[in-house]
Design a protein. Sequence first.
Length: 286
Amino acid sequence: MSTKTEVKTYHRKSLVLVATSMCAALYAVGAYATAYIPSPWGFGQFRPAVVIPAFFATVFGSWPAAVGAAMGTLTADSVKHGTLHYGSLIAAVPGNLIGFYLFGYIVKKFSWSRFILASNLTLTVANLIVAFLYVFAYRWLYLSAYVNPDLTTLAFISVGLTIWWFVTMLPFVLLITPLLIRAAAMATPSIVSEDLRTYSLRKELPKTTFSLAMLVPGIIMLLMGLISTTYADFGKLFSLKGATLTAIQILFYGGGVVLSALGVMIYTGQKFLWQKPPIKEAGKKR
């Protein structure tokens, strides 16, 4: 009995190690692929590759995703800059580590509702940590990039960066990750939990909850766009000028329209690939 337990534990540790390495490698490649698409502030990257640690957090748990995401983002940023990137080490590493550990913790007992909660909460918390650490700890304190800064302005920049990351990441996580989860549950059922197999293969995604997960951020984005065009001091608060302010306004309106439209389509019954009727597990009798 003890021998079987030891073998099982060894296999589990080996799986965690392999999953962590795969997550780090895939995330590094995915993050680097879009590393040269910046935010309207000129720093902070467009990163749809967050679907990778979100997937690993769901399938393999908190630590492989958290450590893999931290290693992957540091690798991608350092390769881009040609040396160890201290901005990534100071801000992105702790943000990804905490964020995707939280993601895995929430979906440990998997359900689609928990997955939706984890997606929204993780993208909010992780991006907030990265944004504030990058602006305050790295750019202000480490680089001394701001001379006699207005701390309120720096806070608004951090919040703006958080919002930009959130709205550009959420659709990818909610639209692509469920498809990857179902594919993994079908292809390798032995390495996923019973909860994950049950919900990903036999249960429909909750239409109302999933719709609101898109619709609410979409409406917020539209309101932000409206404020940005009608409130005279909006650009000053977020340190945005000219073309940069126009770009963030387009982002708010565009992101709001896309998220709201997806939310309405889901609620009214539009079927996406990952919303097809649940698939029966391989080997099960029909």
